[in-house]
Each structure stands twice: as C-alpha cells, then as structure tokens.
Design a protein around this ligand. Structure first.
Ligand code: R5P
Length: 294
C-alpha cells in the first residue's frame, strides 16, 4: 500500500503504477487558520507493508507535520511495517554544528521520525551522506543521476555535451552522468593567481564551442549556477543547459539563471516545480522492488 502525502502525490501515483501496488485514498486539507488535516479513507490490514511518499521541502514545517500525522494515524491503526520515502528530506542542510550550541536540525528530524515508528527511510541525493549516520534504522540514499542521464540522452540535441559540476563537491554527480553517456566531465575550481586575484576556471577541459550541461544536487537561490554560467560564457561555451536533482529554486532563481544565458533548466520531481521534467519514480520503484527481493 502506497500513501502519497500532499507534497508528492503524483510521484506516489507513478511509483504505485510501476510497482502495481495500491495507492491509498486519503484526504488532506488545510483549516482556515493554516493547520493541516489528514485522514486515511481506505481499510489497511494490520500486517500490511505501508510506504509513505512525502517530500519535506517548502513549506517544510507543514509537509513534515503532515508526515508526522500520517505516521501517527498508521500507529493508531496498529500498522508497524512502515517505510518513508522522502525524496527531498527537509532540514538536511544543518546536519552538523557549524557554530557552538546550534540545533542540529537533521538530528532532531531523525529523532522525531524514528520515534513515530519509521522502520526504513529512503531519500534521493541527501545533502550529505553523513545524515544516514543520524539514524538507527536503515537509510538508503539513492542517486537521481541515472534518471538525469537518461533524460539527457533522450532530449539533448548534442550527444556529447560536457557535463560540468559548478564545484569540486558536485564532481561525482557530473562523473556519474558522463560515464552513463560516455562523454566528458569536469568541474570548476578556484585558482589563486596572486594574493589579490582569484580566477574560477574548468579544471582540465576547454569548453570553447562545446555544449555544456551544469549539474548540481540543489539549486536554491541560483547564485552558484549563475556564477558557473558566466564563467562558461566567458570561456566560449556554445550552449549551456542546467540540471539539478532538487529544484528548490527560491524567489526569482529561474529568472536569474535564464537571464544569465541558460538554454534550459531541468530538475527532477523530488520537489514540485515548473522545471521538474525528470521523474525519479523508476529509481524509487526499482529500489523498493530490490528490497522486496532481498
Ligand atoms: C551546495 O552544497 C549545493 O550543492 C548547491 O551548490 C547549493 O545548495 C546551491 O545553492 P544556491 O543555488 O543558493 O547557490
């Protein structure tokens, strides 16, 4: 039985279809004062395995609260075989203490989810792999790169674009996609030219007259991508596309990236977004199938 939270209903429907599983009928709404309501409308036998699919991106608190309501309702129904798939797991960016006595938000979330009966957590491209260590239950951090690579293969006009990470931290994403597409990859690095002067450039490949696809896990304000586009254009790139796993895209990020000269912007449907053209349903469904066959 698959339950789709209100942040991920179409993704839940796609996963249920791929698995040939039943999609639970639920009722979700907001009261006039903004509080959330949740109700399960189907019968669920006590021994049923239930998979909740709910991203916990913006509005994070509401989506997280709805996830807690789903978990508590299942607990009242005496259902305890519960897997949560949160393709975008909110509060993951504060996974450690950067200043003294800060709240480690990702740890607080891990305590809440586990205390509410989650037995297995699945997410996609968690901000840091170390988030898995905050849990005592199994946590599977799946990669959206195969789905992104497939999308590029089917839709991009140039069959051999350079896949480019905007920084060293994202290099592995570019590498995974480039290996699937059998094309080049690189990342941007800062080189100090003098004590006062720093230049950002591609590590080893010239982008002159080449199509480039910039890949990152998250695009939030768009600042990282705009900076990368500017450098690529200065260096003579022919066409620059942008792709990410989690299209957070706050405020006018799409506009800023387009104005910088991006040809197209694509994200996956871990979050609802106007650029969520790439589905991670198969990635999730295949993983759930593999767990069943273990
Ligand atoms: C950083 O660790 C992430 O991989 C992204 O590069 C970052 O979140 C992007 O943020 P923004 O779009 O605000 O530059």
């Amino acid at each position: 039985m698959i339950i789709g939270g209100s942040a991920s209903q179409s993704l839940a429907a796609e996963v249920a279809k791929e698995l040939n599983d039943k999609l639970c009928s639920v009722e979700t709404k907001k009261f006039p004062d903004g509080e959330r309501y949740f109700r399960i409308k189907d019968e669920i036998p006590e021994d049923e395995k239930v998979i909740i699919i709910q991203s916990t991106g913006y509005p994070q608190d509401e989506n997280m609260m709805e996830l807690f309501f789903i978990l508590d309702t299942l607990s009242d129904m005496n259902i305890d075989d519960i897997t949560v798939v949160s393709p975008y797991l909110g509060y993951s960016r504060q996974e450690r203490r950067f200043k003294e006595v800060e709240c480690i938000s990702a740890k607080a979330i891990s305590k809440l989810l586990q205390s509410m009966g989650v037995k297995h957590l699945i997410s996609i491209n968690l901000h840091e792999e170390s988030i898995c260590d905050l849990y005592d239950i199994p946590v599977d951090n799946l990669s959206a790169m195969p789905s992104i690579a497939e999308y590029i293969r089917e839709n991009h006009e140039d069959k051999k674009p350079i896949i480019l990470a905007p920084d060293k931290g994202a290099e592995n994403f570019a590498k995974q996609i480039a290996e699937i597409l059998n094309t080049d990859y690189d990342y941007l690095e800062k080189v100090r030219l003098s004590p006062e002067k720093v230049k950002t450039k591609t590590k080893s490949i010239s982008v002159e007259n080449r199509s480039v696809i910039i890949v990152d896990d998250i695009i939030s304000t768009g600042g990282t991508i705009v900076n990368a586009i500017n450098i690529l254009k200065e260096n003579g790139a022919k066409l620059v596309d942008v792709v990410c796993v989690h299209p957070v895209l706050v405020n006018d990020a799409i506009l800023k990236i387009s104005a910088a000269g991006a040809n197209k912007i694509h994200g996956t449907n871990t979050l609802k977004s106007e650029v969520a053209h790439i589905s991670v349903a198969t990635t999730i469904a295949d993983h759930l199938k593999s767990l069943e066959n273990q």
